[in-house]
Design a protein around this ligand. Sequence first.
Ligand SMILES: O=C(CO)[C@H](O)[C@H](O)COP(=O)(O)O
Length: 284
Amino acid sequence: MLKSLLLRRDLLQPHLPQLIGLCTRSPIHLKSTISRRTFCSKMNDNIELDAAKKLAAETAVDQYVTEDTKVLGIGSGSTIVFVVQRLAERVWKEGTLSELICVPSSFQARQLILDHNLTLGDLDRNYKIDVYIDGADEVDSSLVLIKGGGGCLMQEKIVASCAKTVVIVADYTKRSLRLGEQWCKGIPIEVAPLAHVPVKHKIEELFGGEAQLRIALKKAGPIVTDNGNFLLDWRFVAKREYDWNEVNKAISLIPGVLETGLFVNMAHKCYFGMANGTLKVQSK
Ligand SMILES: O=C(CO)[C@H](O)[C@H](O)COP(=O)(O)O
């Protein structure tokens, strides 16, 4: 039928505009146009986000890592990749920072240090850290951080606590006035596996909201941290006023809680790469 129609082009010709209109308006066509557009705008968002991360990361490295920096703590996440790349450039292309030792805060950070041929340190030998650079999931106006979206909060907090200066690098989506404005996945809390249910209920009773066990995507069951523990993501009550210092202390005291993803009074400076290619710096 189609073949015979195509052969009679003379008959089809006058109706072509309507036919084309029909085709372009068909739901399937519309759907694929929309999904192509969504795909493209997601791609653009990612390119913009990566540029913002890179700018924040490179500026922090260039301003905070000098020949006097002997030991540097390396955080975890996607922004940290740009930090390590810039460090490798400084060491291998520019021939500087030859004595720099890097202390990792996770399996990922350790791999990054090794992959870039930087000198790997550890807290046994390098427990005095000059500068710690890390990303964050959200940073409020007082530099209180939510960390642990990538599941590495416990080692991150330990390494950060050994540093004289803690510098945060992030893209513009992490910047907020109040916690919860940007990051809606909750505050990560690392717990001993056998305690995940009692800890969940205690947090909810004390502070409201809901604490959920983090489930793996490509494995059946919960996410297991680098330290062999589970994670709860506590979605607090967004409208409630919390004193994050007090909340952090209270949650840390619950038996079975190993660490919280609330970093209070730890960060000294935060570099945000903005969507328009500029940089915003926030200090204590
Ligand atoms: O806390 C972290 C990992 O546990 C990361 O620093 C945080 O999730 C930010 O990651 P990214 O740089 O990918 O946005």
